[in-house]
Design a binder for this molecule. Structure first.
Ligand code: SAH
Length: 435
């Protein structure tokens, strides 16, 4: 605002307004066209009319007065433009208009104007007006061109804004939303929009307070699962309670955000919940999130694929669920030349190591990296060789949530967060080291 401080930007509704244009040359004709396009009732006064202006008068679109300007031409006028080729005539239009408190614009003479015209970019849904206070029309034009070249991008942004408002979610629906690995900055824009518009948030124990607090204070928060108590019979009961609650609240017209850590469809039971809602006829939508393997890989600098080292990534759970036979991992088929990302793997590290070495045939000196609290406060990275996994995990006191990478890529540490702790095996045993 500073640069054009004296000019107050405003958009006028000119439909039906009486507007006087003094002059009928090229500049005046341009003004007349713009005024007509905005619905103004235009009177043009000039000693002679150029051909285009004469046509407008003959067509009855503009009232024409063939005469030098006289003060009474301003009678009943709401807005005036002086655009003759005679500076003295323009000046007298300006003086008389000001005397009558009629806003007046003198083409190319800001000093005699009581209002000036901005450079304008119009899109389907917007009008951008740019002004340098009349001091630098070239700069205003340059900015207009810049914006004009970016109309498509502006349209996309407007659409995104609309979707974001829409992203607030509608009532009577369940949004199964991935919250990412824990850092609020790693939420998707859609997840954030839905969270901000939620009536109810039903969340996992893994979703941190920093993310939950983004929901409105008045939104109800429900958490059925407790830390460390997610397995077994209790879990089935909790799942039933979660399902019923989601359906009941959505039917009551609420915007229900079912918030899951990481991605809802990766070891998150999002699939089961979607199946339930679908069977119950409750509208739902799945919003993806950054799964722990991706978040932890980036945070610890482990490339999940790497030319020559790993051409596959396998996401698996180290904690086989309720029904072992059905969920059993086919250890013999795990790709050996890739990266394994093991969810829920640390509590059963001993058993897991045995399966990987004995059943899957991984060499016991295969590198591993455990990322505890990936992307969250207190992130720690523990590195070593598979044979030492359970000993090192125990020694370092690694707790859930932790994700285990196994494979040659696990040796890499391409990125280090300042606030993370790295624990590496040395000859003298594991050493904790802050970076
Ligand atoms: N749906 C989630 C996974 C839920 S299972 C996702 O896509 O990420 C829970 C397991 O995910 C944890 O036991 C842990 O292995 C892993 N996990 C989730 N968040 C994590 C984090 N911030 N750091 C490390 N591991 C995490």
């Amino acid at each position: 605002m500073k640069a054009s401080g004296t000019w107050f930007p405003v958009f006028l509704d000119l439909r039906g307004a009486q507007v006087l244009v003094a002059g009928a040359g090229k500049v005046a004709a341009r003004k007349i066209d713009a005024l007509l396009a905005h619905g103004a009732a235009v009177t043009v006064v000039a000693k002679e009319f150029s051909a285009p202006v004469r046509r407008l008068v003959e067509d009855g679109r503009v009232r024409g007065t063939l005469s030098p300007f006289r003060p009474e031409h301003l009678d009943g006028i709401a807005l005036a433009f002086a655009a003759t080729s005679d500076p003295a005539a323009n000046r007298s239009v300006a003086r008389e208009a000001r005397r009558r408190n009629i806003p007046v614009n003198v083409a190319d003479v800001p000093a005699e104007c009581s209002f000036i015209l901005p450079a304008v970019v119009s899109g389907k849904d917007f009008t951008l007006a740019v002004s340098t206070g009349g001091k630098n029309p070239g700069a205003a034009r340059a900015i207009r061109e810049f914006l004009s070249d970016r109309k498509a991008e502006i349209a996309v942004r407007i659409e995104r804004g609309r979707r974001r408002r829409g992203a607030r979610g509608s009532g009577g629906k369940v949004y199964i939303v991935g919250a990412g690995p824990g850092d609020p900055d790693l939420l998707t824009v859609r997840a954030l929009g839905l969270l901000r518009g939620a009536d109810v948030v039903i969340h996992d124990y893994l979703v941190p307070e920093e993310i939950l607090s983004l929901a409105p204070a008045k939104a109800a928060r429900i958490c059925f699962a407790r830390r460390g108590k997610t397995a077994g019979h209790g879990s089935a009961l909790k799942q039933a309670a979660t399902n019923e609650t989601m359906a009941r609240l959505a039917r009551a017209g609420k915007s229900v955000v079912r918030l899951k850590s990481g991605d809802p469809l990766v070891f998150g039971r999002g699939g089961e919940e979607a199946e339930y809602l679908s069977a119950e006829g409750v509208p739902f939508e799945i919003v993806p999130g950054i799964t722990a393997a991706l978040g932890c890989a980036a945070a610890a600098g482990v490339p999940l694929t790497h030319r020559g080292l790993a051409s596959t990534v396998t996401l698996l759970t180290g904690h086989e669920a309720d029904d072992k036979a059905r969920n059993a991992i086919d250890w013999k088929r795990l790709p050996a030349n890739g990266t394994l990302a093991v969810y829920m793997g640390v509590s059963g590290a001993k058993e897991l190591t045995r399966s990987l070495v004995e059943k899957a045939g991984f060499p016991s000196d295969t590198p591993f990296a455990v990322v505890e609290n990936g992307t969250r406060r207190g992130q720690r990275v523990l590195r070593g060789r598979l044979a030492d996994l359970s000993r090192l995990v125990e020694k370092a006191g690694i707790r859930s949530p932790a994700l285990l990478f196994v494979g040659k890529t696990a040796e890499y540490a391409l990125a280090g967060r300042r606030d993370q702790e790295n624990i590496e095996e040395r000859n003298d045993g594991p050493v904790a080291q802050s970076v």
